[in-house]
Design a protein around this ligand. Structure first.
Ligand SMILES: Nc1ncnc2c1ncn2[C@@H]1O[C@H](COP(=O)(O)OP(=O)(O)O)[C@@H](O)[C@H]1O
Ligand SMILES: [Mg+2]
Length: 441
């Protein structure tokens, strides 16, 4: 691949499918053009967690091969979006003085203040920081500073949001991707990836919540002033609806899944007494469309009215003029937007990848927001390495993380930020993990 085009590859580890989105980077404009999408059914991943390493590895290999054959190029490096189930989010603040008289903020100051805010985090044993996201800078008491570099003042403050995940979850992701013969150049929590994939900048600025309805999990992200304020994962998804239908109606899972996709949650769907007949284990089972819709609605009521509402409250963001954006496979359920709008009493729309017109037909719908979002994540990180800081394991200490960021910004100006942005302590940790895997197999 060395003499070939500069590829950005996003690998979305879903519970239903593994999607691979390949983009070509135009190093002069810094823009990326999606050139192909590959996918394979996801095996060995349940509720967003890898439960069978070999199966997950084979699924990843199949998805990568699919993408490689579409773009006609080899893939050896990927940025991985994984569910981040069991992730917790911690807010900390840092403050530094810039001296007695006002002066311009330097990169060292930004490093120092992030270090100061990070030092407030008590990372529990066996957990590590996945993302550190500066939520807001305040200069001389004026909040809402987007990028403080080169601005003038005497006192700089920052509020950081850090996403903490079990170390073993990251290790399993890195191990399965490594065993598939790929290098991991970055990790991103899925709710962040899918929201970057489907949100416009205007929506993120105005305030909006994204609900990514996948197979085994539902990701929730709340944005305000262009920044993610809360990222979380609920271990309930479309597969639960399918299981509910299979249990209540006593039909096989495959029939339940097809039935789920065939009905509408519009008032018409609820009013339909039309009978459906299904043959199962030698018996003919009969029920109405209304019964099917009611089972689906029951699970959705629990998910949105209780679990999603709770996440929106926890975000502390009360103004969301952008309403709620639904994405992920389940958002394709007919009539879901109006139904959820009634449940939440908020404007709701369904959205697929904003780059959909650059993606192959049939592989550009709502399920692909996560994969497309990884590409946007890589680009945003390159443009501003202080926006999403991929952090390191706690034992490595904050200093090395900061060294990583300096290298990344330096690399950007040289026009090759992609390679440098990946040279972090997280990468070192991953290399160590990979080494230990090689020893094992
Ligand atoms: N048209 C549809 N109507 C309802 N549910 C759908 C539809 N298409 C896909 N789904 C459901 O969406 C889920 C998969 O979503 P996806 O975003 O691909 O999951 P993941 O990211 O977890 O792999 C499955 O539960 C699947 O049954
Ligand atoms: Mg998905």
């Amino acid at each position: 691949m060395k003499d070939g085009p500069d590829l950005l590859v996003g690998l979305d580890l879903g519970t239903t499918k593994i999607a691979v989105v390949v983009a070509e980077l135009d190093s002069r404009s810094g823009e990326a053009q999606i050139i192909g999408v590959g996918e394979a059914p996801s095996m060995g991943i349940r509720k967003g967690m890898i439960v069978n390493l070999d199966q997950a590895t084979r699924s990843i290999q199949a998805a990568i091969e699919d993408a490689e054959s579409m773009v006609g190029l080899g893939i050896d490096e990927v940025t991985v979006a994984f569910s981040g189930a069991e992730a917790t989010s911690v807010r900390t603040k840092g403050m530094i003085s810039l001296g007695r008289s006002a002066r311009q903020v330097t990169m060292d100051d930004v490093d120092r203040i992030i270090e100061a805010a990070q030092s407030e985090i008590a990372v529990p044993v066996n957990r590590c920081i996945l993302h550190t996201i500066p939520v807001e800078y305040t200069l001389d008491g004026h909040p809402g500073i987007d990028d403080p570099l080169d601005m003038t003042g005497v006192r700089l403050e920052v509020e950081l949001q850090s996403i903490i995940v079990p170390s073993a979850v990251i290790q399993n992701v890195v191990n399965s991707v490594g065993k598939a013969g790929l290098e991991v150049s970055g990790l991103v929590m899925k709710p962040l990836a899918s929201s970057l994939g489907c949100l416009s900048n205007e929506e993120a600025m105005a305030g909006v919540a994204v609900v990514d309805l996948g197979g085994g999990t539902t990701g929730v992200s709340v944005f305000s002033e262009g920044r993610p304020r809360r990222l979380s994962v609920i271990p309930v998804g479309g597969d639960h609806i399918t299981n509910d239908l299979a249990c209540v109606l006593r039909i096989p899972i495959s029939r339940a899944d097809a039935l789920k996709k065939s009905v509408s949650l519009s008032p018409d769907g609820f009013g339909q007494n039309e009978k459906i007949e299904i043959e199962s284990m030698g018996k003919t089972l009969s029920f109405s469309v209304r019964e099917v819709v009611e089972v689906i609605a029951c699970r959705l009521d629990e998910l949105f009215s209780s679990l999603v509402v709770n996440e929106l409250k926890e975000s502390g963001i009360s103004m969301m003029p952008g309403g709620v954006v639904l994405t992920g496979g389940v958002s394709r359920l007919a009539g879901l937007d109006a139904y959820v709008s009634r449940l939440l009493d908020m404007p709701v729309r369904v959205a697929g990848p904003i780059d959909a017109n650059r993606m192959p037909p049939g592989m550009n719908s709502e399920e692909y927001s996560g994969g497309a979002g990884v590409i946007r994540y890589i680009l945003e990180k390159e443009r501003n390495p202080y926006r999403y800081i991929e952090s390191d394991l706690p034992s490595e200490g904050a200093v090395s993380t900061l060294r990583n960021k300096r290298g990344a910004r330096g690399g950007m100006s040289a026009g090759n930020g992609r390679k440098k942005a990946g040279d972090g302590t997280l990468k070192t940790v991953m290399e160590n993990i990979r080494k230990s895997v090689k020893d094992l197999f």
